[in-house]
Each structure stands twice: as structure tokens, then as C-alpha cells.
Ligand binder design. Structure first.
Ligand code: FES
Length: 198
């Protein structure tokens, strides 16, 4: 979906209703695991969708949920982080996500149906390590051209704040965007698309 195709009403309510609790910045973002509603163990084993409440995620913060035994990150990007995504193409391997795994609505620079919230499977597409959330631009160990994103310590793959892989690193594709849909302005159902498809 292109930027202009995003439903403006949907974007407005999503942007306007997420609760900002405090002044925590991107550099202080914590990475809590969040309890979700509990489908039965059998349902979980078969990959039942998982509901994620996003109302208390602060700008710049990453929160981790669990779906099908995998970590699923939800990152609430700041306006600055969203704006940065349009300037990343020159350093990325697959900026259009044409060789990567995501629902159709995530075929855009921010790889989500709403620019503010990124939903990603938190597994490196090289050999399955868990990349680290490194949102601070220019971090000393990642180079002065680092704009913030995810860094995999296993073999050095880098991803931007849409999970798009940098060129010249071991990971072959962008990180996976799982199927998900918004139940309302505060809740996302991970594992199911609009219309019920997984
Ligand atoms: S597993 Fe991430 S770079 Fe190798």
C-alpha cells in the first residue's frame, strides 16, 4: 500500500489515541514482555492469534509479545524516526521489500498499516539470532551514519526502523512482518489479517 493509500481516518484515530505516559526517550526505551490474553495451550500450539494492547506503548519504545513461540516486537516510532525511513533507500538491500515477507499492507517504506506502529517478528533473517533494538542515531559502535534500527550481534546484520536490511550484511532479506490486524485503536491481533486470513 502506498503512503497515499493509507486510510486517513484510520491513521488519525490510531495516531491520536495511543497514550503517552511520560517523557521516556528513544535512548531510554525499555523492552518489556507484555502479558497477552491466554488462548489454551492447544490453541497456542496451533498458532492461535494473540491480542496485543498498544495503548501504553510510548513513542520510541519497543515492546515484545509472543506468537507461535516467536518474539513479535511492536515499536511505536517517533515522528523523527518515521521521517528518517524515506531517506534510507541508498543503504538498504531491499528498500521496496520485494524479496521479503510481509502482508500486502506493509509494502511501503514504513512496512506497516499505520506509520507509527511497526510490528515485526524479532528474528534475524540470517541464522535466527535476535537483533537488538538500537534506536539512537550515530551510536559509536555502529558508525556515524547509523540512523537507528536493529543490530544483530551474531554476525553484524543491520536493519532500519522498518526492519529493512542494510546492503552488504549477512542477512538476505528484511525482517518478517507477521500477519496482523487492528481490532480497534488500542488493540492489535497478531496472526490474523482483516477478513480472518492468517
Ligand atoms: S544471525 Fe543475525 S547476522 Fe547472523
Amino acid at each position: 500500500m502506498s503512503e497515499t493509500a493509507v486510510d486517513p481516518d484510520r491513521r488519525r484515530f490510531l495516531t491520536g489515541t495511543a497514550t503517552v505516559i511520560g517523557g521516556i526517550g528513544a535512548g531510554l526505551a525499555s523492552i518489556p514482555f507484555v502479558a497477552t490474553f491466554q488462548p489454551s495451550a492447544r490453541a497456542k500450539a496451533f498458532g492461535a492469534p494473540v491480542e496485543a494492547n498498544i495503548s501504553n506503548i510510548e513513542p520510541g519504545q519497543q515492546v515484545t509479545f509472543k506468537w507461535r513461540g516467536k518474539p513479535v516486537w511492536i515499536i511505536r516510532r517517533t515522528e523523527e524516526q518515521i521521517a528518517m525511513l524515506d531517506s534510507m533507500d541508498g543503504v538498504l538491500s531491499d528498500p521496496e521489500s520485494s524479496a521479503s515477507d510481509q502482508p500486502d499492507f506493509a509494502l511501503n517504506a514504513w512496512r506497516s498499516s499505520n506509520r507509527e506502529f511497526l510490528v515485526l517478528v524479532g528474528i534475524c533473517t540470517h541464522l535466527g539470532c535476535s537483533p537488538k533494538f538500537r534506536p539512537i542515531p550515530g551510536a559509536e559502535d555502529l558508525g556515524s551514519d547509523w540512523k537507528g534500527g536493529f543490530y544483530c550481534p551474531c554476525h553484524g546484520s543491520k536493519f532500519d526502523l522498518a526492519g529493512r536490511v542494510y546492503a552488504g550484511v549477512p542477512a538476505p532479506t528484511n525482517m518478517q512482518v507477521p500477519p496482523y490486524r487492528y481490532l480497534d485503536e488500542q488493540n492489535i491481533l497478531i496472526g490474523e489479517l482483516d477478513g480472518g486470513a492468517a
